[in-house]
Design a protein around this ligand. Structure first.
Ligand SMILES: Nc1ncnc2c1ncn2[C@@H]1O[C@H](COP(=O)(O)OP(=O)(O)OP(=O)(O)O)[C@@H](O)[C@H]1O
Length: 835
């Protein structure tokens, strides 16, 4: 026992002494029949002083067993003795030998933490609270100048450090969670009273090892201690949620994607949980701290008049610890730790001035009101389940308020005078909370709980066997006595008989001898009987032993089989996962390859299309050439024909002249003829030369055409093969508009180049002519201008024609009359009627 503990124990003893003197404890113990009048006399011996009386009581109690301690603890609680639980635990450990029968925390532990006055508060006012750390007592002034006192499990004054709070309050609960218990630490208090400071620490810039709050320390302790438990496999799962305006949000999800979560009820135990809340598997303290740090940064908070960073939502930080023994020797279990930082109770309007702030404040107050109501009911053992459903907060806290949890409330109070009313309310709440009973128990995992059930069954069976044995032994003893009695009767009879024999045969027998004989037979019978009985018992014992060991073996086998099965399943699932991964990997590869192939194909197609275009262009050009050549040949043929025809007509003329001329002209005629013949020969040579050239050109053109055709056919074949191979529809048929040369600028008609000029555009399969030009623009403007001019002129023209017609008509009827319609429409219409 360390000094601090000893001091505390001494203080507690002093406190008990006070209570003993007041007689409360003894009255209760008497009432519970834990002690009797003689004990009371002994304790209250006038020769004893108060301390000696307490010592006598503490000597008597262990002799009366666990029930006595329970009654003693209740008696202390009833008279509000503080910190009784430490004493009971100590007694349990030292006196009873740590049987664990007594559990110190079967109620919610409630402590008060007083926040130091801040700068301006210090200057303006004095604190309104007085704290007695020895008696664990807080005193506040009442309205009518009195003083109201409250006693709690612990009171932490202003100068208390974060480490002290953690070591006293949180550390034992965190340890218990590692044993498989549920644990909860909850901070309650007015806004600005220091809840977030206690739970997480100050703002980021002041956060360090000294100032960090319970959550950081708990995470460090959990991971540090789990490393020491080398025989165990321990897994941690962390989640963080906030309740804002009665809606539940997962703080570990990025804010933009954060949906509100449903609260569902587990029908097996009527407890609630947030559906789809992310549970992060964490392997070290730093990761867990990072998860919390990021989550708490996205928690809704705002600057208010009371607190520059006031939390506007309740936050629940949850760690689930799954504990399994490596060898399976000890039972596996699951512990859950809830660390709750509530939003502050506040007077609406005092803190928030805008509509959003008022709504937040109203929701916070409403949920805290429901929490208070639930706690008040539980404190008077009047649990009403429907009340938990009234707010999200009470639903989610039901688990730790109603039973299976080691729960501690830290009630934060602000000592300033202006907060007195809120402080009193918080203390009232704390007083109710400390009366709420909880029943913490280890959460064994399903298989383990089955094992424990079986072990219990075996224990029961053993006890039954023992009782049976006892009753059998009793009956055997009874039988033995009866048979012994019978034997002695037989002996007596034998003796009588012997006596009769003696009397009959008149032989005298030594009585002692007979008695010896009788005794011998009796002893023998008894011995036989005992041996038989022992044999039977031995046999029975052996049977029972065998049965138990068979049961145990069977059970061990079942457990082993189950664990083997589980291991096999895990292996299989790992194998399947690996296979799946492999498959996914190969699929990915395949997809990648396919993507590459598709890309390659696309490039091919592009190239092919480009080639096709070039080919189309070339073949278009070639066919143009061929056409031109053909036309030239046609021209040449015509020219040739014409020349021939001319020559023949010349010859015919010459022949005619020759016939007509006289011999006198023979000479000149011959000369002329010679000339003509030479001319004709030259022309013939020229024609032949031209014909030869044309022939060659035609041949070249034919060759080019043949080549172009061959290329086109080859290209078509390629395209067909390509289409067959890839099923692509991207390749087009030969462009019928190929003769149109793309990009050529021309006018739409031959008449002028003013009205519209434009450019030809060509794609495989179609071509279009984009018109542009000044003429079109001018024409449009002209039409517009005319239209604009005509619009006002039309009514004038119509009016003119109408009046003219009318005037003509009336002037025909009344040639002298003046046209009347200008002044008088009625007269005019009448005139028209008349006419
Ligand atoms: N024990 C303490 N020592 C030093 N400073 C403290 C202590 N408790 C609280 N504070 C400071 O008081 C201010 C208010 O504390 P905190 O934000 O924790 O209040 P709260 O109860 O969480 O308020 P709210 O409900 O509005 O969120 C903070 O600046 C905090 O650093």
């Amino acid at each position: 026992m360390d000094n601090e503990h000893r001091d505390r124990l001494r203080l507690t003893r002093d406190h008990i002494v006070q209570r003993l003197q007041a007689g409360h404890v003894l009255d209760h113990l008497l009432h519970e029949r834990v002690i009797n009048d003689r004990d009371v006399d002994e304790i209250t011996d006038p020769e004893n002083d108060a301390k000696q009386s307490a010592s006598v009581l503490l000597e008597i109690l262990p002799r009366r067993g666990a029930r006595a301690f329970k009654a003693f603890r209740d008696s202390l609680l009833l008279c509000e003795a503080a910190d009784y639980s430490d004493l009971v635990t100590e007694l349990d450990r030292v006196v009873v030998g740590g049987t664990g029968v007594l559990q110190k925390d079967d109620r919610i532990q409630v402590v008060i933490r007083v926040r130091p006055l801040r700068g301006e508060e210090k200057e303006q006012e004095q604190g309104c609270l007085t704290v007695d750390t020895r008696l664990m007592q807080v005193s506040v002034p009442t309205k009518n100048n009195g003083v109201q006192q409250f006693i709690f499990n612990k009171v932490f004054p202003e100068e208390t450090t974060q480490a002290e709070i953690y070591n006293t309050m949180a550390s034992p609960i965190v340890d218990a969670v590692l044993e498989g218990y549920n644990g909860c630490i909850l901070c309650y208090g007015k806004t600005g009273s220091g809840k977030t400071y206690t739970m997480a620490g100050p703002s980021d810039r002041d956060l360090n090892e000294k100032t960090e709050g319970i959550i950081y320390r708990a995470l460090k302790q959990l991971f540090l201690k789990s490393q020491k438990k080398q025989d165990w496999n321990i897994a941690f799962f962390v989640s963080v949620l906030e309740i804002y305006n009665e809606k539940v949000f997962d703080l570990t999800v990025p804010r933009k994607e954060r949906p509100s979560l449903d609260i569902r009820e587990d029908p097996s135990n009527s407890l609630f949980f947030a559906n789809n809340l992310e549970k992060h598997n964490i392997t070290n303290a730093m990761d867990a701290i990072r998860v919390f740090f990021e989550a708490s940064a996205s928690r809704r908070s705002r600057a208010t008049e009371v607190n520059e960073r006031s939390s506007r939502s309740h936050m629940v930080f949850q760690v689930v610890v799954s504990i399994l023994h490596k060898e399976g020797i000890e039972s596996g279990r699951t512990g859950e730790l809830y660390l709750v930082d509530l939003a502050g109770s506040e007077t609406a309007g005092e803190v928030n001035k805008d509509a959003e702030g008022l709504r937040e404040g109203a929701n916070i107050n409403m949920s805290l009101l429901h929490l208070k109501e639930v706690i008040r009911d539980l404190s008077v053992k009047n649990r009403q389940d429907f009340k938990f459903r009234r707010s999200s907060l009470t639903m989610l806290l039901k688990r730790v308020l109603t039973g299976n949890s080691k729960t501690a409330f830290i009630v934060n109070v602000d000592p300033s005078k202006k907060s007195l009313r809120d402080t009193r309310r918080s203390l009232d709440f704390a007083s109710d909370a400390k009366k709420v009973k909880v029943k913490p128990k280890i959460n064994y995992s399903p298989l383990e709980s089955l094992l424990i059930k079986y072990l219990k069954d075996i224990g029961d069976l053993k006890r039954q066997i023992k009782t049976l044995k006892k009753s059998r032994k009793k009956s055997a003893d009874g039988k033995r006595l009866r048979s012994a009695r019978k034997t002695s009767d037989v002996g007596t009879e034998a003796e009588v008989d012997t006596t009769s024999l003696t009397s009959e045969s008149k032989e005298s027998f030594d009585v002692d001898k007979v008695r010896e004989l009788v005794n011998f037979s009796v002893t023998n019978t008894a011995q036989d009987f005992r041996a038989k009985l022992d044999g039977l018992l031995e046999e029975e014992r052996r049977e029972i032993k065998d049965e138990i060991s068979a049961q145990l073996k069977g059970f061990q086998q079942t457990v082993q089989e189950k664990s083997e099965q589980e291991a096999q399943q895990t292996k299989e699932s790992v194998g399947t996962t690996d296979k799946l991964l492999e498959e996914v990997h190969s699929k990915q590869q395949q997809v990648l390859e396919e993507q590459l192939q598709t890309r390659q194909l696309l490039t091919d197609i592009k190239e092919q299309t480009a080639e096709e275009h070039t080919r189309d262009d070339t073949s278009g050009q070639l066919s143009d050439h061929v056409q031109q050549m053909n036309m030239a040949m046609e021209d040449l043929k015509t020219l040739n024909g014409e020349l021939r025809h001319e020559m023949e007509s010349h010859l015919e003329n010459i022949r005619q002249d020759m016939k007509n001329r006289d011999d006198s002209t023979d000479k000149s005629y011959h000369e002329e003829l010679k000339k003509l013949q030479t001319n004709y020969a030259d022309l013939k040579i020229e024609i032949n030369f031209l014909a030869q050239a044309f022939k060659e050109q035609a041949k070249a053109a034919e060759e080019t055409r043949a080549r172009a055709e061959a290329e086109t056919t080859a290209a078509d074949d390629d395209a067909q093969t390509f289409q067959q191979n890839h099923g692509s529809t991207t390749l087009q048929h030969r462009d019928p508009l190929s003769s149109i040369e793309a990009g050529t600028e021309t006018s739409c008609c031959e008449c002028c180049e003013v009205c519209c000029t434009g450019t030809w555009y060509r794609r495989p399969g179609y071509a279009w002519f984009s018109v542009r030009g000044k003429g079109a623009g001018w024409m449009t403007l002209l039409v517009m201008f005319h239209l604009l001019l005509c619009l006002p002129i039309f009514p004038i023209i119509l009016f003119y024609f109408y009046t003219r017609r009318y005037y003509q008509e009336t002037s025909q009827l009344h040639p002298t009359a003046e046209p009347p319609m200008k002044e008088d429409g009625e007269t005019m219409s009448r005139a028209i009627k008349d006419s």
